[in-house]
Design a protein around this ligand. Structure first.
Ligand SMILES: [Zn+2]
Length: 145
């Protein structure tokens, strides 16, 4: 936020993510607010404005993530890094099940909780999108595309 991101860089990030939030999967076409370009490692932690540190994020995920890098695992109490869409596959950490994003790992758990991925309104919206064919589990790894 606050950093100039060129139109071509924005387009590259958007196309790599096929227009969907890389955290909660919601397509930009399904929401009112345009998706945002997220610095996975926030600039205040030294993250650069480069393709391998950028992800497409819906406004809600981006708001909850803020500049955070990690959180406390609700199961173990350990500090665990948040999901990094450029270094890890979505399906390694989450599973889409009846509109819920089921965390599969400690990273999945901390990300699910911090980003409030299973807020009831978001689950309901996801279910409507699944029914209308607008949302599905990612079937390709977009880490390095
Ligand atoms: Zn999202």
């Amino acid at each position: 936020m606050g950093t100039y991101i060129s139109a071509s860089l924005r387009r590259m990030v958007y196309e790599r993510a096929v227009g969907c939030c890389e955290y909660c999967l919601i397509p930009e076409a399904a929401v009112l607010a345009a998706h945002e370009i997220d610095h996975i490692i926030a600039q205040k932690h030294g993250g650069l404005t480069e393709t391998d540190n950028l992800a497409l994020s819906c406004a809600i995920c981006n708001k909850y993530k803020g500049s955070d890098l990690a959180s406390l695992d609700p199961v173990t109490g350990e500090i665990v890094a948040l999901y990094n869409p450029r270094k890890e596959g979505w399906s390694d950490h989450f599973q889409l099940n009846d509109g819920f994003l089921i965390p599969l790992t400690p990273t999945g758990r901390v990300t699910e909780r911090l980003l409030q991925l299973n807020n009831p309104y978001r689950v309901r919206e996801r279910n409507l999108l699944i029914l209308s064919g607008m949302l599905s589990e990612p079937n390709q790894d977009v880490r390095t595309l």
